[in-house]
Ligand binder design. Sequence first.
Ligand code: MV4
Length: 495
Amino acid sequence: MKKILVANRGEIALRIMRTCKEMNISTVAVFSEADRNAPFVRYADEAVCIGPPPSNQSYLLGDKIIETAQKLQVDGIHPGYGFLSENPVFADQVEKAGLTFIGPKSESMKVMGSKLAAKAAVKKYDIPLVPGTDEAVEDPDEAKKIAKEIGFPILVKASAGGGGKGMRIVHSEKDFEEQLKTAVREAESSFGDGRVFIERYVEGPRHIEIQILSDKDGNHRYLFERDCSIQRRHQKVIEEAPSAVLTEDKRREMGECAVRVAKACDYVGAGTVEFLYDAQDRFYFLEMNTRLQVEHPVTEMITGIDLVREQIEIARGNKISFSQDELEINGHAIEVRVYAEDPTNNFLPDIGKLKTYRAPEGPGIRVDDGFEEGMDIPIYYDPMISKLSVHAGTREEAIGRMIRAIDEYRVSGVTTTLSFCKYAVNHEAFRTGQFDTHFVQNHWSPEKIPAPADGNEAVAALFAALTVKAFKAQTQTAETPNSGTSNWKRNRTRR
Ligand code: MV4
C-alpha cells in the first residue's frame, strides 16, 4: 500500500495522513467546497474537490470517492469515523473496485450495525447481556408478559438505533403499550426499520468501552478500556483511559470478553466493544463500533500504540505488531472534546469565524484539530473544533494538566465548550471518579459557569491588558515569569 485516500475531513483526516507520512505512504484528500482552505487539504499530497458543502453531495458520495481513488491510482481508502466509515455497502464497493478498505469486512459491519443481529452473533461466545429479549418484539401482549418477568423499569430499544434514538424507558406496566408503540414509530421514521426489543433498564451505569485490534490471521488484542461515561445527550464530553473504577482482574475479564465479541463477528482491524458497567461492578455488552473512534488518542497515549499504523498494517495483511503480554498501561490520559457551542445557551452551535485560535502546548499535551485561526467553521458538519488530550503519570496529575491546558487555549470569534469542560474535570464527582452516565444531568446547569462577556467587558479587558502590558514592559525583564493572572477573558464569545 503506497497511496491512501482519506474519505473524511477535519482533524481525523489530518490525523490519518500524519501516520501515512510517517509510513512513507502518499495521501489523497477529497474535500467539499466548504473545506477548500482546510489544513487537511493542504497537508495531502494530492487533493480533489468532490462537491458542494452538504455531506450528501460530497463526503457521503461513495461512488464519486471510489472513482477518484481509481483515477489517482490509490491502493487503499481510509474512511475515518462518521460519514461512510460504518457503511457495509461502501466497504463492499471499495473492495469490488479492486481497492483495499482500511477497516473490517462488510459482513462484520452489517452484523454489528443491527443490535439484534449483534446479540444473535455473540450468543454462543459467553458474553454477558442485559436481561431481555434477543428477538424483535411483535405481539404487544407477549412483550408485556416478558417485561413483567424482567421487571420494571424496562427499556425499549430500536435494533437499528444509535445515539439513544428510538430508546424508551418504561417505568410501569400501565405505560408499556403506549411506549412500545412510540418506540416502533420512532424507529420506523428514523431508521426505516421498526424492529425493537426490550431489556431491563440499568440505572446509573458507566459507559466503558474496550479498544480491540484483530488481524487477518485471526490474532486479537485488547488495548484496555476507555471510560466515556461523561456524555451530554449521547454526545461524549470527556473520555479517559484507564477507567478510575476497574480492577486489574475486571480489566482482563472485559478485555477477554471484547476479544470474544471480535471473534464472534470475524473481525479485522481496529474496533471498539461497548459495555454498560453497573454499580455492582457487573458489565454487559451493548454494541460494537466497527471504526476508529474519536476518542482513540487516549488509548494511544497509555499504550504507545499508533492505532492508525496498526490499521494500515493489518489492511496490508501483516500481523499485529505486539503480543498481549507486551502491552501495558502507562500513566493516565484524558480527552475533552471542544465544540463551537454555547454551554450557557443549551449548547446551541455557535459557528462563525475563528478570530483567535491558539491551542495549548507543553509536556503531555496532544491537540487534534482541523482548523486554523481566521477560518470559518462550516455549518454543514459536526461543530467540534478541537480534541484536547493530556497524558500524565497519574489520574490526579492528568486532571491538573488538563485544567492547565484548557486555560492555555485562546479562542475568540466563537463560543466554545471549554468552560463546560473545565467545570466537569474540576468537579468533585469527576476528581473522585464517582460518576456515571447521568453526570451532566445530575451536576450541571448553565449557572455553573461565568456568563459570556458582553462587548463592554471585552473592551474593559482589552484596556486592562494593555495597561498591564505597558506596566510590565517598564518593570520586568524577559526572564520574569508570567504572574498567571492573564487578562484574557478565556474561551468566550467576542464578536
Ligand atoms: C441502556 C441503558 C440502560 N439500560 N441499556 C444509550 C445509547 C445506546 N448506545 C445504549 N444506551 C443505553 N442503553 C440498558 N439496558 C442506558 C443507556 C444510556 C447510555 C449508555 C451509554 C452512555 C450514555 C448513556 C446515556 C443514557 C442512556
